[in-house]
Design a protein around this ligand. Structure first.
Ligand code: CP
Length: 309
């Protein structure tokens, strides 16, 4: 595979199938190695900088966990209001500053394309932790790692992506990765939140079977995996439109009982109301395992970027 050493991680389309298999293999090794140890000290003396211009729990904390479990250190800008961003500093200048202190940056930013902008400004690797409605490639890798662990294969699966497919950077990145494994895709959303047409047509051009529907039950009956997403209030210019579509899709124990078959359920989280807590004990509810997997995938990426795996 092409080495990840020194590379930026910006977009779900930058990986080959071999890259993804190699990243998953390294993640799986870390998962085993960490048991009972707590630290695999490959990155002693290296520093990760976290620049989060939008809220995050999982991405920021799992990157921090990954770096510390690799023996490295972490510095964080903290809330933007407490940084010189509040004085008008540009993203490029903030990244140039941080590149004097740290060895790698993970960035979350509300603007699509911001991770590329940051990567162009500095010589150290930049990992895209979510750029607006664009991409979230490290999430896509942990998602595919989770699907593989839960289903024991990535071949011939049918996956239903549900919710805010227009604005969801997690699904935009995940379809890029899944397209390498010939998965069949169902896109389930209200009409106003459909997957962008250019994404759907690019997938079809690659020979991926894509079906769009507003009917969650129909898609679920024909799928192996449901990938739920939150309808993202913060992305709506018109809050009345959000009120019209919020709660469009809710999975609860009654829905699953009526479905009459076992299905695997993922969600990048946070959830609002789209998965009822009465699903949490369902054997196919993989979303808490999924977020744990984020640590192993992010350890793999950091170790590979520094040429240690
Ligand atoms: N999945 C994800 O990106 O979660 P956070 O927004 O909490 O980082």
């Amino acid at each position: 595979m092409a080495t990840l050493k020194g590379k930026d991680i910006l977009h779900g389309n930058q990986f080959t199938k071999k890259d993804i298999e190699a990243i998953m293999k390294v993640a799986s090794q870390f998962e085993k190695e960490l048991k009972g140890k707590g630290v695999v000290p490959l990155l002693k003396g290296k520093l990760l900088a976290t620049l989060f211009y939008e809220p995050s729990t999982r991405t920021r904390l799992s990157f921090e966990t990954a770096m510390q479990r690799l023996g490295g250190g972490v510095i964080g800008m903290g809330p933007v209001e407490g940084s010189s961003v509040a004085k008008g500093e540009t993203l490029a200048d903030t990244c140039r500053t941080v590149a004097q202190y740290a060895d790698v940056i993970v960035l979350r930013h509300p603007k699509t394309g911001s991770a590329k902008e940051a990567a162009d400004a500095v010589d150290i690797p930049v990992l895209n932790g979510g750029d607006g409605t664009g991409q979230h490639p490290t999430q896509a890798l942990l998602d595919v790692y989770t699907i593989h662990k839960e289903m024991k294969t990535l071949k011939n699966l049918t996956i239903a992506m549900v919710g805010d497919l227009k604005n969801g950077r997690t699904v935009h990145a995940l379809v890029e990765v899944l397209s390498l494994f010939n998965c069949n895709l169902y896109f389930v959303s209200p009409g106003v939140l459909r997957m962008p047409e250019e994404v759907t047509s690019a997938l079809r051009q690659k020979g991926i079977k894509v079906e769009e529907t507003e009917d969650l039950r129909k898609a679920a009956l024909e799928s192996d995996v449901i990938y739920m997403t939150r309808i993202q209030k913060e992305r709506f210019a018109d809050l009345a439109e959000y009120e019209r579509v919020k709660g469009s899709y809710i999975i609860d124990a009654a829905f699953l009982k009526d479905l009459g078959k076992k299905i695997t359920i993922l969600h990048p989280l946070p959830r609002v109301n789209e998965i009822h807590p009465d699903v949490d004990d369902y054997p196919g509810a993989a979303y808490f395992r999924q977020m744990r997997n984020g640590v192993f995938i992010r350890m793999a990426l950091l170790a590979m970027i520094f040429g240690k795996r």
